[in-house]
Every structure is written in C-alpha cells, then in structure tokens.
Design a binder for this molecule. Structure first.
Ligand code: SF4
Ligand code: SF4
Length: 113
C-alpha cells in the first residue's frame, strides 16, 4: 500500500498520478501529489516504479502501516531500485538468477502424478 511521498525529492512530474490505476493521488497546490485515497491503493507498485525521482514508497502490506516512523530514507524508491529502473542502474531481469538450464538432452520435467 502506498505509504509515502517524499516532498523534498519530488519534481512534480505527475507520473505517479498518471500511472495509478485507481486514482489514489491528487495533485497538491505545491505540485507535490497527495495520497488522497489510500484505501483505494491496490499495492501494484506502479507509481513507485515510474517515479523518476525515487520519491515514493509502496509497502508490500495490503493494509496501512500502523507506524510510519519505522520507514527510513532507504525504503523510499527501493522497489524501483530493485527493478533496476533509473539512470545508472542495471535492469533487474539481467541480474535475475534461476536454475541452470541444460543445453544437452531433454530439459528437466516434474515427476508425473
Ligand atoms: S501502488 Fe498502485 S494502486 Fe497504489 S498508489 Fe501506487 S499506482 Fe496507485
Ligand atoms: S512520479 Fe515522483 S517525482 Fe513525479 S510527481 Fe509523483 S512523486 Fe513526484
């Protein structure tokens, strides 16, 4: 669930407002989006992913945090960082590690039944 807009990092680009499928944000009079309808958040992380300033934090919880003071600066933009979106980052899919894929014979199969 969306928890935080870091006002001092926000550049007022409105990308989070455009990305949100459930219209959670309202543009504030200072250009910084406000979390106007937190309960409508679907925890889809799209706002955080698209925020070019790493100014948003979406918690993986589907209910609001009872204590936001537990959040620190490292949490803000951490999902976007893991995706590898943003200047100077390596796209996460290039870093993902899966099981070794055999290049000879048949690929492994789950046992039947
Ligand atoms: S996590 Fe998804 S639904 Fe929630 S505020 Fe961000 S874009 Fe909107
Ligand atoms: S996407 Fe990020 S920088 Fe742009 S308005 Fe939203 S919080 Fe601010």
């Amino acid at each position: 669930m969306i928890e935080l807009v870091l006002g001092q990092a926000c550049i007022g680009c409105d990308k989070c407002i455009e990305a949100c499928p459930t219209d959670v944000f309202e543009r504030g009079t200072d250009g910084i989006p406000e979390i106007a309808r937190q309960s409508d958040c679907q925890t889809c992380f799209m706002c955080e992913a698209y925020c070019p300033a790493d100014a948003l934090y979406v918690s993986p919880e589907s209910t609001p945090l009872s204590d936001r003071s537990v959040l620190d600066d490292a949490a803000v933009g951490s999902y976007r960082e893991k995706l590898g979106w943003g200047k100077g980052r390596t796209v996460g899919s290039l870093l993902a590690v899966g099981p070794a894929i055999p290049h000879d014979g048949q690929p492994p199969r789950l046992p039947a039944g």
